[in-house]
Design a protein around this ligand. Structure first.
Ligand code: BGC
Length: 245
């Protein structure tokens, strides 16, 4: 089955048709810069533009970087505050005239990695962390997702983890890999103390630099890089939408 997957991020909105049985994109990615300010109506316009690009009027799965419950955004850490309380699914549906399912971005990436990537065949407690502007998290236990875990907002010494150990902070504070890894490792060890996962899957842009930091990470849980890369959001959005059928 094919579904249009759309990944809404702070700088770009990307979409592709996805074969959800194989976890593969069957078209090229189409990317449009995120409008600024990224208000609900402006973003919905771009989502509709992407659907039109693929002449698509079937089911659409969308990621959004916030707490998402039944299509409604309940937070807005790194996006326009006007999203809070917005029924994104209803808004997109109105612009597209097609059914739309909206899921948290890290939850989508986590589900995609479990089904088709680094978590394939793995059981037990698995944490997927996406490290970028913020830190996104997905908790999956024996294949079941605990949605909207938001572990990037866990406080460490009075600072939210994503304001201490995200890739944005590494760049902004011009941290050496050694210094950033020390922070990120402290975060992983804190998560391990609280939840005792069996595996951490790490995703997001920083994973392209795996060799620069992975050797310094140390947890009892296994640590592995995500394998779907930039496409995890698109594939996961389509996959999660297909599960609602
Ligand atoms: C948001 C999460 C999101 C993560 C990654 C955080 O700031 O609160 O909902 O998953 O960033 O984009």
């Amino acid at each position: 089955m094919e579904i249009l997957g759309i990944d809404i991020g702070g700088s770009g909105i990307k979409g592709a048709l996805v074969n959800v049985d194989k976890g593969e994109m069957v078209t090229e990615r189409h990317r449009i810069p995120t409008p600024q300010p990224a208000t609900p109506d402006a973003v919905a316009g771009v989502v509709a533009q992407i659907a039109r690009h693929f002449s698509w009027d079937g089911l659409v799965g969308c990621t959004f970087p916030a707490i998402m419950k039944q299509g409604v955004a309940h937070s807005a850490a790194n996006v326009d505050k006007s999203w809070i309380g917005t029924d994104a699914a209803a808004l997109f549906q109105h612009h597209l005239d097609a059914p739309v399912w909206v899921v948290n971005d890290a939850d989508a990436a986590g589900m995609a990695e479990m089904q088709f990537g680094a978590g394939k065949g793995r059981t037990g407690v698995i944490f997927m962390l996406t490290i970028g502007t913020g830190i996104g998290s997905a908790i999956i236990v024996d294949g079941h997702l605990l949605p909207n875990s938001e572990l990037g907002h866990l406080q460490m010494g009075g600072i939210e983890a994503e304001n201490f150990a995200s890739d944005r902070v590494r760049k902004k504070e011009d941290l050496s890999w050694k210094k950033w890894t020390k922070r990120f490792n402290a975060y992983l060890q804190y998560l391990e103390f609280l939840f005792s996962p069996n595996l951490f899957i790490l995703g997001g842009g920083v994973v392209k630099k795996w060799d620069k930091f992975s050797g310094r990470l140390s947890t009892q849980a296994a640590i592995t890089p995500a394998t779907l890369g930039n496409n995890a959001g698109i594939v996961g959005a389509a996959l999660v939408a297909s599960m609602q059928l």
